[in-house]
Ligand binder design. Structure first.
Ligand code: MFK
Length: 518
């Protein structure tokens, strides 16, 4: 009889019982062992429901969004410029799901107090891999809500922020975040978009080169008011509502959609602002500093989504290991295959622990219970964990492609797409080097070195569970990096990347069992 390989169908292998779904087991264990019993009771049923939807309904919607890619329709039949961005039903329904489940709202309702970001991170973690990257506009929406919370007037919070944190799909808006111009996305000091004051409002002119989620209802962006100084300090942060009541863009032309390596369901455009009306957010000047509030949220989202992405790839590899037979037995029964999978799972767990530790710190900061030491730790760990999880995601997904052999290299198995999409995590929201330099910035400006050292020493010193040889190698590593962390940050640049990854490894050990000890 002809042989046909069974496909690795997640829903058949994972979703029928709560306890057999590894994503949910990891989440539930993290909650059960580390959080209050009451919070566990409150959120676990939502996570369980979302975990099952992620392998059924949401997965189908995301597949639809990946099949029916966004289209830019520049003109109508009679030659009028319309710049419509057509999105699939799958994309639109996933945005509605995100609103109904309160993925952004949870962080602002703060019902779980300092654990609100952990609960939100859990929802996002379950949503991301079946969202066709609707998670991207959610990241920017959440970041924009945070910037409005910190810098917005009461009127801006009522008119704009209320939409971003709504649970009602009819009322929910997503926000873009437009920084990148032709002169660069890492160095935004050359921003040439200008802002002209017109009475009590402003109009913007310029070209934005990489605007993800161009179908949003609003955006935050950087522009230079006329007469402001050159360089990044002269930039201001603006908010703009993109559309008129009939949905048409207000003085914005879509030049084209980008043809990207991955994240193809996500509409990313080049835009020309031709006098678009905008409002200042937080007064004139210091735009980069103000938009950093948004960036730190999107970097946290990036960590959650990269971790969720590697979990999806590993789930597929785990299921495949049960349905694929080679050399007379299941893949899982081959010791080398099993140890390869186990190693990848350990790498995943480090990312999971680091990410949810950052979520907890962020939640503590946002409800105002963070100590100064914890605030600095959060400031330093946000770029560290973003960079670390992004790189690990690519490595793990690449290994998973290999586990599938030739099938992993063939498009209609869906596996190559995982690798193409994984590459984005280390590019958007700050490349690895930009984040390593951001760590150096935190060492120089915030005194993060001694804080990281104190935290590591305190946590790792407790490592009674570690064998003597592990303790010795931890001590060796610590000694190696202590000097660097305590040295002059301005000298650190050439080693910044090595420092980031070494500290990330130590932090992963430190947070493994100690969420609550801060
Ligand atoms: C799946 C979900 C993922 C989410 C998807 C979202 C898709 C969006 C697609 C994109 O738009 S990708 C492009 C995103 N762009 C970036 O991430 C920017 C990358 N570049 C940097 O981060 C640069 O380091 C930076 C632009 C910040 C350098 O600018 P400057 O002006 O040369 O930096 P400078 O002078 O050191 O800092 C200016 C101020 O900001 C300083 O404060 P002071 O004015 O008080 O001195 C800094 O301390 C502060 N600052 C900078 N970075 C900060 C920060 N504060 C807090 N946190 C930070 N991270």
């Amino acid at each position: 009889m002809d042989f046909y390989q069974s496909a690795p169908r997640l829903v058949e292998h994972l979703s029928n019982a709560f306890q057999s779904d590894r994503r949910l087991v990891t989440l539930a264990e993290a909650l059960r062992t580390r959080l209050d019993a009451q919070i566990y009771q409150d959120v676990v049923s939502q996570w369980q429901r979302c975990g099952q939807l992620a392998l059924t309904e949401w997965l189908s919607l995301s597949e639809l969004a990946e099949r029916e890619l966004p289209r830019h329709i520049a003109f109508d039949a009679w030659g009028r410029r319309i710049d419509e961005i057509q999105m699939s039903r799958g994309w639109r329904e996933l945005e509605a799901v995100a609103a109904r489940e309160g993925i952004v709202a949870t962080a602002y309702e703060k019902k779980q107090g300092e654990y609100s970001r952990v609960v939100q991170g859990g929802l996002l973690y379950l949503f991301h891999a079946s969202s066709a990257f609707v998670s991207c506009p959610l990241a920017m929406t959440d970041g924009a809500a945070r910037a409005l919370e910190l810098y917005g007037s009461e009127d801006q919070k009522r008119r704009l922020m209320s939409h971003l944190i709504s649970r009602d799909p009819a009322n929910f808006w997503t926000s873009g975040q437009w920084m990148t111009e032709r002169s660069g996305g890492s160095d935004v000091s050359g921003t040439s978009t200008t802002a002209r004051r017109v009475g009590s409002t402003w109009t913007l002119e310029g070209v934005k080169w990489f605007t993800s989620a161009t179908n949003s209802q609003m955006s935050l962006l950087l522009a230079r008011p006329e007469g402001a100084e050159a360089g990044s300090r002269g930039l201001s942060l603006f908010a703009l509502e993109l559309r008129q009541a009939n949905g048409k863009l207000r003085d914005i032309e879509v030049l084209r959609l980008k043809d990207k390596l991955g994240t193809k369901a996500l509409p990313t455009a080049e835009l020309r602002l031709t006098g678009a009306p905008a409002e200042l957010l937080g007064g004139e000047g210091h735009g980069v500093k103000k938009i950093s509030a948004l960036l730190n949220i999107t970097r946290y989202y990036n960590s959650v989504c990269a971790t969720a992405h590697m979990r999806r790839a590993l789930d597929l590899a785990q299921v495949y290991s049960d349905v694929r037979i080679a050399f007379g037995r299941k893949l899982r029964e081959h010791p080398l295959h099993a140890s390869t999978l186990a190693k990848l799972e350990r790498e995943f767990e480090k990312c999971f622990d680091l990410t949810f530790f950052v979520a907890h710190l962020l939640g503590r900061e946002e409800v105002g219970v963070c100590t100064e030491e914890e605030r600095i730790l959060l400031r330093a760990m946000t770029p560290i964990v973003k960079a670390y999880t992004a790189k690990r995601c690519m490595e793990i997904v690449s290994e998973v492609v290999e586990i599938f052999g030739g099938a992993g290299y063939v498009e209609d198995t869906g596996i190559p797409k995982l690798l193409r999409d994984a590459q984005v995590f280390s590019i958007w929201e700050g490349t690895t080097n930009v984040l390593a330099l951001d760590l150096v910035r935190a060492l120089a400006k915030e005194g993060a070195g001694p804080v990281l050292l104190r935290f590591l020493e305190k946590q790792l010193g407790k490592g009674s569970g570690n064998a003597a040889d592990v303790q010795a190698s931890i001590r060796g590593e610590m000694q190696k990096w202590t000097q660097l962390l305590a040295s002059d940050p301005s000298q650190l640049e050439p080693q910044a990347r090595d420092l980031l990854f070494a500290v990330a490894e130590l932090l992963a050990l430190a947070v493994r069992t100690h969420w609550r000890v801060l």
